[in-house]
Design a protein around this ligand. Structure first.
Ligand SMILES: [Zn+2]
Length: 166
């Protein structure tokens, strides 16, 4: 009666707690997802207030209308590699774009860290994305209506569209 028999119920091959997903993987995966979502939110926040379709034309420079190549469309990284300028026409790209992506990436990573690998993450991501797009759309509207340009590079002048009032 001394042989330690393996527990009969645990035949799944998982060791430890059985969750099977390292925290690092959850955080990194959530962060990357957040960057991608943030990139999409940029498109939404720019096009929806202007009544444009969010999927019809692919990503392009709004000034020279050159379609972005995949290498120029990587969240944050492309902005850094291009030093914040359009590859074709050299127009400054607002710092707000990588900031939105970084915000979403950070927020998602924190949610992944707090919640862990669970279905609860999905509604949490959706809520975070909705909140972010609301905040950035509101910021865009305020900036457009006041005509102020808080961007140090002056990029806000170009990205805020037609000047509404002096
Ligand atoms: Zn351009």
């Amino acid at each position: 009666m001394s042989a330690p028999a393996p527990a009969p119920g645990e035949g799944t091959g998982h060791e430890g707690r059985g969750v099977g997903m390292p925290v690092t993987a959850v955080v990194v995966g959530s962060g990357v997802l957040g960057l991608v979502i943030g990139s999409f939110l940029n498109v939404v926040a720019w096009r929806v207030p202007r009544g444009e379709s969010i999927n019809r034309p692919g990503s392009h420079c709004p000034v020279c209308e050159t379609p972005l190549r995949p290498i120029d469309n990587i969240p944050v990284i492309s902005w850094v590699l291009l030093c914040g300028h359009c590859r074709s026409c050299g127009t400054a790209i607002s710092l707000r774009y990588p900031l939105v992506e970084l915000s979403a990436g950070t927020l998602f990573a924190l949610l992944g860290l707090a919640i862990g690998w669970s279905w609860t993450l999905l509604p949490a991501f959706a809520a975070a994305a909705t909140a972010l797009v609301a905040v950035f759309m509101a910021g865009d509207r305020i900036r457009t209506s006041t005509g102020r340009s808080p961007d140090p590079e002056g990029a806000g002048r170009r990205w805020s569209g037609p000047r509404s009032r002096g």
